[in-house]
Design a protein around this ligand. Structure first.
Ligand code: NIG
Ligand code: FE
Length: 400
């Protein structure tokens, strides 16, 4: 059905800038945008449904392109330890960190994981998110990674949101493979990825390239296995040290390299050439009280597209609001509000390989948008979280 949406201003985010249309109108046909432009240029015709947006600012629906939404337990005890000066690496070395969430996740049933993740997803949706990526990575064996990925698929069916599932089996070494990292990489490449991909549970493959996780050589083996299965890759890289994982990711045409505080200018050049998106995660930067900033100047100079995401996870970023991340990206990383919004719309779509259908408001794209009762688009990055008055439309239909 054809629907007209009017009495609004639009920040289309086409090409990564606001591209503002004042006093705009949008025509949706089914789930797609059929026409968008200034209201005075609206083609005359019969619009069976007309919606008045009361002067709202319309933006694309927010896209959270990096989350670990599905996990068991929580780690607020480690938060307290870190406040007393114990580092993330020290906690991990003592058997806490990712390993403690792996124990809790393995112990939880699929339904328990679904119920706890649904609450977190609900918070993201209330903030205007219409697309979200979720990673596995707290199972670390075939049965438990499958359990998480199945929950991710179920969340996408149960909620009005497009969900992308990323297999992060190479997140940490499971206890049963202690001191045998290469054998665990064999398991991932030869058994886990082929089985999970065959079950239709995987849209992309990720790994954690870090001295306390996997080496670039081990990550490369995972990338080769993923590409054999026709799956795009992504990488947690340069979060705590510089191993040039982001350059490795670029060599494999990764959709994105994420975190990146310790990346070099050469890494930025490699990412620009391959079109790999830099996903910055201010929540993890903030929670770890990191002081090394991602190299914004090099990223901008070489034209690397920058996305912003919540990294929602129990250890380093228990973040339930993408808009809060926009604020933190501006305050901590010195992004402009316009860059931050592009980072949670069109560039986030590219980080998921969805930029041709999502992330900006253009003819032929999916009609996922939010009509915000705000004065200016910069207000989205200005308020520190909270709930803004808004109307969320997904696939051309109001989301309750
Ligand atoms: O993106 N860097 C690795 N993975 C997560 C942290 C996971 C955890 O501590 O549970 C991240 O920050
Ligand atoms: Fe992460």
């Amino acid at each position: 059905m054809k629907t007209l949406w009017q009495h609004c201003h639009v920040a289309t985010m086409a090409q990564g800038v606001y591209s503002i249309i004042e006093d705009a109108a949008i025509v949706t046909s089914g789930s797609l945008i059929e026409w968008i432009g200034p209201r005075h240029a609206l083609p005359s015709g019969d619009y069976p449904a007309v919606n008045d947006l009361n002067g709202a600012w319309v933006t694309p629906g927010l896209i959270d392109c990096h989350t670990h939404t599905v996990f068991g337990g929580n780690r607020s005890g480690e938060f307290e330890q870190r406040l007393q000066g114990v580092s993330y690496a020290e906690i991990a070395a003592a058997g806490g960190g990712i390993a403690s969430t792996v124990r809790a996740t393995r112990a939880a049933s699929e339904d328990e994981l679904f119920a706890s993740a649904a609450k977190r997803l609900h918070s993201l949706l209330r903030d205007g998110v219409t697309t979200v990526e979720m990673k596995s990575g707290y199972g670390l064996d075939l049965a438990n990674e499958r359990k998480i990925l199945r929950v991710i698929r179920r969340l996408g069916e149960a909620f009005p949101v497009s969900v992308r599932a990323t297999c992060l089996a190479a997140h940490a070494l499971p206890p049963e493979y202690a001191d045998r990292p290469d054998a665990y990489i064999d398991l991932i490449c030869n058994e886990m990825l082929p089985a999970l991909a065959a079950e239709g549970l995987v849209d992309a493959v990720d790994a954690f390239c870090e001295y306390l996780a996997f080496s670039p050589q081990q990550v490369e083996r995972v990338f080769i296995a993923a590409q054999k299965l026709g799956l795009p890759v992504k990488l947690h890289a340069e979060q705590l040290s510089s191993l040039h994982g982001s350059s490795l990711a670029a060599r494999y045409q990764a959709l994105s390299a994420d975190h990146l505080e310790f990346m070099t200018e050469d890494d930025a050049i490699a990412m620009a050439e391959s079109g790999t998106v830099a996903v910055l995660l201010p929540g993890a930067f903030y929670c770890l009280r990191e002081t090394q900033l991602p190299p914004m100047e090099a990223l901008r100079k070489h034209g690397v597209k920058i996305a912003i995401a919540s990294d929602l996870n129990p250890g380093t970023s228990p973040a339930l609001s993408v808009r809060l991340m926009l604020n933190m990206a501006c305050t901590c990383f010195r992004l402009t509000p316009e860059e931050a919004l592009a980072g949670a719309t069109i560039h986030a779509a590219k980080a998921l390989g969805m930029e041709h259908t999502h992330g900006s408001l253009e003819v032929g794209k999916v009609a996922d948008f939010v009509a915000w009762q705000i004065d200016r688009p910069a207000d989205l990055a200005y308020w520190l979280g909270g709930e803004l008055d808004k109307r969320v439309v997904r696939h051309g239909v109001d989301v309750e």
